[in-house]
Design a protein around this ligand. Structure first.
Ligand code: IPE
Ligand code: IPE
Ligand code: MG
Length: 255
């Protein structure tokens, strides 16, 4: 079993807690549209869901939570929306740092940060520095992140090692490439969630989702609350993760 060995009893049912949850937080724009509001109102409302789910993960003993906040493709959105998203990101980083420290959360931002405004880069650096010593939940915000970007930058690093003679092409294994990817120190996501009704990866984590359990929710992200998250965990708990083996093999190992 790829998830947390510690199982928690929830209303008499044994619940397996995933070690790592990765979420595509989708549906902010539609949430705002339903209220005849501009899209940034939906993004602001989405921040509340982030707080709720971070807290729920910390409470449940999830080791890592990766949230997709801005994809490498989201630059294609209107300039004004991109600017407002960066402003919001900066405000939340500054405002929530105390809350993260209190909850023992270690914050990391994954993605190509070099493309961000300098002020935002500095804000990220400070937030990461201030929470680096926290030993609880690792909260990864994927910003200007793309699964293909990650694999490409890892391949570039491996190529440089070959160029310097540190590695031979024949030495390259899955582990060699894996080690150069973002969050190589964390377990692969056990549970992948996408809200907002779409059933696609949209260039989120690609390599490390190889054996994740997928869960799609029709709820728009600002409506994704603790109860909705519990349903996802319950669904995950009921999956049989076979990793290529037969059901019989899995049951023999368990018993
Ligand atoms: C997700 O919500 C947030 C980001 C991509 C930043 P959307 O903004 O994609 O919301 P919808 O899909 O248009 O409803
Ligand atoms: C994926 O959502 C990116 C984030 C949630 C940050 P999108 O709304 O951008 O995805 P597509 O364009 O509908 O596939
Ligand atoms: Mg969307």
């Amino acid at each position: 079993m790829g998830a947390n060995d510690s199982q928690s009893a929830d209303q008499g049912q044994i619940i397996t807690i995933p070690r790592h949850v990765a979420i595509i937080m989708d549906g902010n724009g539609r949430w705002a549209k339903n209220r005849n509001s501009p899209r940034h109102v939906g993004h602001r409302a989405g921040v509340e869901s982030v707080r709720t789910i971070v807290e729920a993960c910390a409470k449940k003993g999830v080791q890592a939570l990766t949230l997709f906040a801005f994809s490498s493709e989201n630059w294609k959105r209107p300039k004004k929306e991109v600017g407002l998203l960066f402003d919001l990101f900066m405000i939340v980083l500054q405002r929530d740092i105390k809350r993260l420290k209190k909850n023992n959360v270690c914050l990391r931002v994954i993605g190509d940060k070099t493309a961000f405004p300098k002020k935002l880069q500095e804000c990220i650096r400070m937030a990461e520095e201030k929470t680096a010593g926290n030993s609880g939940l690792v909260l990864q915000i994927a910003a200007n992140y793309g699964g293909r970007w990650d694999i490409t930058q890892a391949a570039r690093k491996v190529a440089e090692k070959i160029k310097s003679g540190e590695l031979q092409p024949g030495d390259i294994t899955e582990a060699t490439l894996n080690a150069e990817l973002s969050f190589a120190d964390l377990p692969d996501p056990d549970l992948f969630i996408r809200t907002g009704g779409e059933q696609r990866i949209s260039n989120f984590v690609l390599w490390q989702l190889a054996y994740s359990e997928f869960y799609f929710s029709d709820r728009l992200w600002p409506d994704f609350d603790a109860a909705a998250f519990d349903l996802a965990i319950q669904a995950f708990s009921q999956r049989e993760r076979r990793f290529g083996k037969t059901s019989e093999q899995i049951r023999t190992i368990k018993n």
